[in-house]
Every structure is written in C-alpha cells, then in structure tokens.
Design a protein around this ligand. Structure first.
Ligand SMILES: NC(=O)c1ccc[n+]([C@@H]2O[C@H](COP(=O)([O-])OP(=O)(O)OC[C@H]3O[C@@H](n4cnc5c(N)ncnc54)[C@H](OP(=O)(O)O)[C@@H]3O)[C@@H](O)[C@H]2O)c1
Length: 338
C-alpha cells in the first residue's frame, strides 16, 4: 500500500519561485508498468529550462528527467523485474535500443511526459535499467542524462581512440562525467573553465591541462599551443553563441565537434568557411537509449567509477537547488533526495 505521496507539479507559468510540493494519491502501475518509489533525482541544465518556463509545458507537468529508486509494485505482464530491485529511469523512456527515431525520442521524461519529481512514479518496465552495484540512489540518479550523454558522446558518437585529445567545457555534471570517462579510456583531456580553482580541482581528477576561458578568451590558440599546433580530435560544445566558433577553431583538421546544448541564449555564429575548409565533423546528439544506459552501467562497474556529487537538496528546496546550479559554484552533479 503506497497511499499518499509528495509530488511537484509545475504551474502554467513556472519560475524558480513557484516550485511547490503538493500531496496526491500514489499512482497504480498499469499493464507493462512498474511502480517505483523514487529516492533521488539530479539536476541537469535541461531540467532548469523546463522548471523556469523556457521549454513551455502544460500546467501540471512533473519535472526532472533523472530518477533512481526501488520497485514497489509490478503491473500486469511485467517480466524481468522484481519488487525491491534498485533501478534508474530513462531520459527517453521509449528509446529502448537501436537508432534514435521520431517515435522513440518523442517521450522525454520531465518535459513531454511527467518526470521524477514525485515520491512514486508508474513507468514502463522497458524504460528501466538496474543501478550499478553498490551505488547509492543519489549516485545512480546522476547517470541517466549526464552520465549517458558523456559516455555515448565519447564511445558511440565520438568513437575516440586511446591517445586522442579531447576538449571539454566547464566543470558541471556533464563535463566532469566526460573527464572521468575520458581518462578511463586513456584519452588526453584539456578542460576550460571560468575558475582557476575549479581547474585545479579538475586536474586533481585527472585533467591533463586547464585553460581559464574568462582570462584567456582566445582559448583556441592556447589549445593549439598545447597540441603542437594541430587542435584536438574532439570538442564538446555546450555554449552555443558564446563558444561555437571557438570550438570549431580548437578542432584539428577533420576533427569532431559534438553539439549537445547551448548555455547562451542567442544562436551561434556559424564559421562555415572554417568548418568546410578544415573538414570539421559537426554532429548534434541527445542523451542515449536504455540499452546504452545498461552498457554505461557495465562500463562504470568495470572501471570502478563513481560520480562526483557536489551537493544535495530536499525536493522541497528544488528552487534553491537550481539557484545554486545557476550560481556556477558547483562542480559535478547536484542531487535531490526524496
Ligand atoms: N544533448 C544532451 O544530451 C545533453 C545532456 C546533458 C547536458 N547537455 C547540455 O550540456 C550543458 C551542460 O549541462 P550540465 O547539466 O552539465 O550543466 P551544469 O552542471 O549547470 O554545468 C554548466 C557548466 O557550463 C559551463 N559553462 C557555462 N558557460 C560556458 C562557456 N561559455 N564556456 C565553457 N563552459 C561554460 C560552466 O563551467 P564553469 O563553471 O567551470 O565555468 C558550468 O560548469 C548544457 O548546455 C546542457 O543542456 C546536453
């Protein structure tokens, strides 16, 4: 018996100031569904865009794409899971495996369908993945979006080989995961951050070089200096207008530029001549499939990796958690315990 639960539903015009919890009856799992007692979620920049109203939603949407918890009930016809299993949800619950399609990418947890800001969720069994062995719920809640994007970006889409050099922006959830995975893969890593203190901490985590993008605005020149004038094999771009042209300039001839988001508001300038004449492979990507999440679980277990958790908040302080994320003080992941 699950009874009542706490849940966060967005208003028609959500802001960080009106994120309030309510109580309602816990759902029942339908056919093919599993009822999960959610124990943790984690903050991604995408969640901020939803809870602050930049990705408009109908009133009542439950935000947060990440979730980890334990199974408390099985719906009719569910096989392969048991009550008590510790599981993670998926960013794209219907992208089970294979290539992304319009159909399997249509449902996005915490955006086009309800997410994990609730004590209980009823979700399709096919969207769930067992947590890494020995991980806490908070640790597991960092994997479905940031962890999977980092792993897929390097291993599946980027297909970087040992010894290659990658350039990673920032020190947030995605960047720190990519650093950890890149070092486990034997890559050289150059990181850019707005803070010398964070760069020191990133080096302590394994980064080979750090450049402060505030004090060194021409960071592509610094990257070329560190790479014998060549540029790097792969650049991750998260900044859009503020970074795109410079990310292209930091790429080697024929290098890869992975575009995963834009932390700046305006559209980027497109340095077409540079992209064309230097054969840059520009590629967009979003998170990954449930089976790739399972591959990531095998990877982190084999490499003994653990996520870097900066801080944790209660669900009743979700607005404070996002304000803290926006302040840029964090390094790695911010989690929310339920
Ligand atoms: N497409 C996907 O599948 C996917 C998945 C996850 C994330 N993302 C995207 O990746 C980005 C980061 O997400 P997150 O969840 O890791 O956010 P986060 O934890 O809030 O981190 C944001 C980071 O951005 C860095 N940053 C801001 N402006 C920058 C600039 N001009 N140059 C370099 N770095 C800059 C900051 O680094 P410093 O504080 O060190 O300066 C900060 O650490 C967002 O754009 C998000 O939408 C995309």
């Amino acid at each position: 018996m699950t009874g009542m639960m706490r849940i966060l539903r967005l208003s028609a015009q959500p802001t960080l100031e009106n994120l309030t919890l309510t109580e309602e009856a816990a759902p029942h799992p339908g056919p093919g569904e599993v009822l999960v007692r959610v124990r943790a979620t984690s903050l991604n920049y995408h969640d901020y865009l939803v809870v602050a109203g930049f990705i408009p939603q109908p009133a009542g949407r439950v935000p947060m794409s990440d979730g980890a918890g334990e199974i408390v009930a099985l719906g009719e016809g569910v096989a392969g899971f048991s009550v008590g299993d510790r599981v993670m949800g998926a960013f794209f619950p219907n992208w089970v495996d294979g290539a992304p399609t319009e159909e399997n990418n249509a449902a996005i947890s915490g955006e086009t369908i309800d997410g994990f800001a609730a004590e209980h969720v009823a979700v399709p069994a096919h969207s769930l993945c067992p947590m890494p062995r020995g991980w806490s719920f908070a640790e597991a809640a960092t994997l479905p979006c940031a962890g999977l994007t980092a792993w897929r970006g390097l291993c599946v889409v980027g297909q970087v080989q040992p010894g290659a050099t990658v350039l990673l922006p920032g020190s947030g959830g995605l960047a720190v995961f990519m650093l950890q995975i890149a070092k486990a893969l034997g890559l050289q890593v150059i990181m850019i951050s707005s803070s010398d203190d964070k760069l020191d901490r990133l080096k302590a985590l394994g980064a080979d070089h750090g450049i402060n993008y505030r004090t060194v605005p021409d960071w592509p020149a610094a990257v070329r200096h560190l790479t014998k004038g060549l540029g790097v094999d792969l650049v991750l771009d998260i900044g859009g207008q503020s970074t795109f042209a410079r990310s292209v300039a930091a790429c080697r001839m024929g290098g890869k530029l992975l575009v995963v988001g834009s932390t700046s508001n305006a559209a980027p300038e497109l340095p077409l001549r540079d992209v064309v004449m230097r054969h840059i492979q520009v590629r967009g990507m979003a998170v990954g499939s449930v089976s790739q999440l399972a591959d990531l679980v095998a990877f982190v277990e084999a490499n003994g990796m653990r996520p870097l958790i900066d801080s944790s908040f209660g669900l009743d302080r979700l607005g404070d958690a996002f304000r803290y994320q926006l302040s840029g003080q964090h390094m790695g992941k911010i989690v929310v315990d339920l």
